[in-house]
Ligand binder design. Structure first.
Ligand code: C2E
Ligand code: MG
Ligand code: MG
Length: 529
């Protein structure tokens, strides 16, 4: 056999051998069966090439066959080598671009710090893993003044320098996130007093000297709210809320740092006492369900109602749901309360239907309901029994409840949405309004919080918030309910702004079922007040 053909087949084998490493790399990266099969094939080809070479060397073959086969084998080797090289290059490029996209999605473009999305991801993971940690929320006290006096470019530059300094000082001890305009969060993987003190000290060190920005000397002041997660913390999902409360308290009382516990929290004994009272109230059927009508502004007729729990006391007073629901969320009793509310709502729906009322009833859910599979397992047989239930019940969830554990909220909401249930974002605007929330979750309705509605005719900022929420909701195909309509002016203004539904004392306070049927069933049904 001619030496040239031996050389050609050997080059083919070398090319195939050189393809092995990149193929192995691709196999590891993509984890695809097809690439593993290709790797095995290349190995078999290498053996095949050696076999043919051996056969050609030791036997007399027609030269035409030897030359053709050598050409084909060399071509085959070159082809495999080139395809593997190009694929490997493309895969690396795609991976780089995906990493870049991921970085952009998880980092703030101004400061390059991990952003709010990343912060909640890490926070939820920590809570899921039961890791102990301390959360610091930081707010710049005088940032608005900086923007107003020196302009936004100067404000942006200040944020960049400050985050760089903070990040540098805290590196190795804790992680810094930018979670809003002038809001930062620090996650410290420890609850030790020393680490806590170091964190505060390093944060203060970062702002000790004034910053020099565009020839301006700017001194930064911070307010810090802290909450700590220890193994015995019962209300872990509320940590962000607690740190926010502490931050609020720091601003209100002009202290630099406020730690959540102590006066801001209900004492453990009180919680225990209240928890047993709630359990007894459920057992003794002390709770009642009231209904507050929701009106269709354009049709001038009742649309549905919100189911609101009431806890009457022997002296004729009521314990506000705002008090006992918060406690029930901390003690875990909320799940049983929510189940009771759903069952009672179903009973109400039956009676309302037979009285001629066909609108949906809104049921409020809390974070704990969304986090617990138990809640879905409770709902599933009910919807199996009556598939029309999902047309008659709309679940209201506050932004805060969704954000506390976004993954859990998303999963539960999609599961319920698959069974036909719709969702309304309650108290919209008061939480951590994130537009992506409306895109990410199966939300079909927004309830603008009453704090914006009440003064919208006298406070231009509130009017603007309501107006832009209506615009946004319209673009996202969401219906809007305005809560807290207390007078005719508000009713008329919101009707003229094309707000879909209205709810408030102007129409009716929450009332019991008997009164509701008397007022809104049959012929009275189409009368506004
Ligand atoms: P929410 O879900 O935002 O309910 C609306 C609250 O605003 C109700 O207070 C209602 O009575 C009140 N409201 C309605 N219209 C007006 C108005 O024109 N002016 C004023 N000043 N207030 C108005 P309520 O019943 O005391 O409930 C307070 C909160 O407690 C609710 O806020 C909700 O977050 C929670 N809650 C009530 N019932 C339940 C329940 O069954 N389950 C859960 N998880 N939470 C509930
Ligand atoms: Mg509500
Ligand atoms: Mg509300």
């Amino acid at each position: 056999m001619d030496n040239l053909f031996i050389f050609m087949i050997t080059v083919g084998v070398v090319l195939l051998t050189l393809s092995l490493r990149p193929t192995l790399k691709i196999c590891k990266k993509t984890n695809r069966l097809a690439w593993s099969l290709l790797l095995i094939l290349i190995v078999l080809f290498i053996f095949g090439y050696w076999g043919i070479l051996y056969y050609f060397v030791n036997n007399t073959i027609i030269p035409f066959v030897t030359s053709s086969v050598s050409f084909i084998l060399l071509g085959g080797g070159a082809f495999v080598y080139m395809v593997i090289k190009l694929s490997s290059k493309s895969i690396i490029e795609i991976e780089c671009s995906a990493n870049h996209q991921r970085h952009l999605a998880e980092h703030d473009s101004l400061t390059n710090l991990p952003n709010r999305k990343k912060f909640f991801e890490v926070l939820n993971k920590k809570i899921g893993h039961n890791d102990t940690f301390t959360l610091f929320l930081i707010d710049l006290s005088n940032f608005k003044r900086v923007n107003d006096s020196y302009g936004n470019t100067c404000g942006d530059a200040l944020l960049c320098v400050l985050s760089k300094t903070l990040n540098l000082n805290l590196s190795g001890l804790a992680r810094l996130y930018r979670i809003g305009g002038d809001e930062f969060a620090i996650l410290l993987d420890s609850v030790s007093q020393d680490d806590y003190a170091s964190c505060i000290q390093l944060t203060n060190k970062s702002i000790e000297k004034p910053f020099s920005i565009f020839d301006q000397t700017i001194r930064v002041k911070l307010k810090i709210g802290v909450s700590t997660y220890r193994k015995d913390t019962k209300h872990i999902n509320e940590l962000f809320k607690f740190a926010n409360l502490a931050l609020h308290e720091a601003k209100k009382t002009q202290q630099q740092v406020v730690h959540y516990f102590s006066d801001l929290s209900v004492r453990a004994d009180d919680l225990f006492d209240m928890s047993s009272r709630i359990k007894n109230a459920l057992k003794n059927e002390e709770f009642e369900l009231y209904l507050q009508p929701i009106f269709d502004s354009q049709q001038d007729e009742i649309h549905g109602a919100e189911a609101l729990i009431r806890w009457p006391q022997s002296d004729g007073s009521f314990i506000s749901p705002e008090v006992f629901i918060k406690i029930a969320e901390q003690t875990g009793d909320i799940l049983n309360i929510s189940k009771w509310v759903v069952l009672e709502t179903i009973k109400h729906l039956k009676l309302l239907k037979s009285a001629g009322f066909i609108g949906p009833l809104h049921v409020n859910l809390s974070t704990r309901d969304l986090e617990s599979l138990d809640f879905y397992e409770f709902i599933e047989p009910l919807i199996n029994l009556d598939p029309t239930l999902s047309d008659s019940i709309i679940f209201e969830i506050t932004e805060g409840a969704m954000m506390t554990n976004l993954d859990a909220a998303r999963s539960m909401m999609y599961k319920l949405n698959d069974r036909g249930f719709e969702f309304s974002v309650d108290d919209f605007g008061t939480g951590f309004s994130s537009l992506s929330l409306l895109r990410e979750l199966p939300i079909s309705q927004i309830k603008i919080d009453q704090s914006f509605i009440k003064d919208m005719l006298t406070q231009i900022a509130n009017y603007a918030i309501v107006e832009s929420t209506l615009f946004l909701a319209n673009r996202l195909n969401c219906k809007v309910v305005a809560e807290g309509i207390e007078n005719k002016d508000l009713q008329e203004t919101l009707t003229s702004m094309n707000c879909d539904y209205l709810q408030g004392y102007y129409f009716s306070k929450p009332i019991n079922l008997e009164e509701f049927i008397k007022k809104y069933s049959n012929e009275d049904m189409y009368q506004i007040i």
